[in-house]
Design a protein around this ligand. Sequence first.
Ligand code: NAI
Ligand code: MG
Length: 362
Amino acid sequence: SNKSLLILPGDGIGPEAMTEVRRIVNWMETNRAVKFDVDEDLVGGASIDAHGIPITDEVVEKAQNVDAVLLGAVGGPKWDNLDFSIKPERGLLRLRKDLELYANLRPAICFDALVDASSLKPELVSGLDIMIVRELTGGVYFGEPRGIEDLGNGIRRGINTQVYTTPEIHRVARVAFELAQKRSGRVVSSEKANVMESGVLWREEVIKIHESEFPDVELSHMYADNAAMQLVRAPKQFDVIVTDNLFGDILSDCAAMLTGSLGMLPSASLGDVDAQGRRKALYEPVHGSAPDIAGQNVANPIATILSYAMALRYSFDMPEEADLIEKAVQNVLAGGMRTADIMAEGMAKVSTTTMGDAILRE
Ligand code: NAI
Ligand code: MG
């Protein structure tokens, strides 16, 4: 049966980058034995302009019934003054929530040609390929009680609660172990079991899942503060890192910058497997809608293209095709072509379209 893909280009540079992806989808259909049912719809500001809300029930319903959703980016100054409940970002938040996308995959891959863009020494990052799995729907960002209390005498206190249940830990751990089986077979689980009860539980439950279901994977544990240090000191020691929402937010941004540019970074958010055997999945670049450069044909489309490659790898079981795209990106960069954001001396500065052309050709 055909593979179904819902494309939500969104706002700003989202549609520009997505145009380049659509060309690669067409290439795949022409050159590989595969057909995609591609549907395209609105999210974010584009949906606000058309329907008054950042995502419609109809689009959420579509997202729930495809193999994968590919999203560009949402937001922009035009919608900045709207009430939070109808802001563009709410469209994305609703998708994550309604699809229950609890595992956020953030790869940090250092392309050889971009080694110099990293803030670390080339020998530390050359060949780097890490996958951070961040728990996305639980923990301190959602835990109750939360709020700001007035204690009187001019004193107030802010409260958040870090909570994890065993099923929440189990499901994200499984995603990490399954990924490790497709990679180098190593998982580092990160928490602060030395000072947090939720960390103690996290470690115990990750060990349980490991022993009962994934004894072939190598598991180790690292306190999150040490993980931050190790990421900068010797990042290549890591393969898959699994961690909670808060630590994952910080560690994944840290890992991202090991690779240099925001315009290069894809991501995936995964949920449960449904009755048809499909895992709910949303793929998107890490960057936003970049309103400062939107509409100028200068945005780097690579993060969005690599997000599509991740969809091929993780939702469509097409690792060879994913490799083809990643290799093409690698080769184009090695050939000296650069969009403005990754520009370096002696390189050829090209437009979004020209970068897309080159990747397609490669
Ligand atoms: P941003 O990621 O859009 O841009 C940050 C800086 O990086 C800008 O100077 C931009 O020009 C540059 N940049 C980002 N992606 C690029 C690319 N592919 N090629 C070349 N340069 C690139 O983050 P910012 O400026 O904080 O937010 C802009 C808007 O995007 C806001 O409305 C924000 O809410 C939204 N946003 C949306 C996200 C999403 O849809 N997932 C994530 C982050 C921000
Ligand atoms: Mg962050």
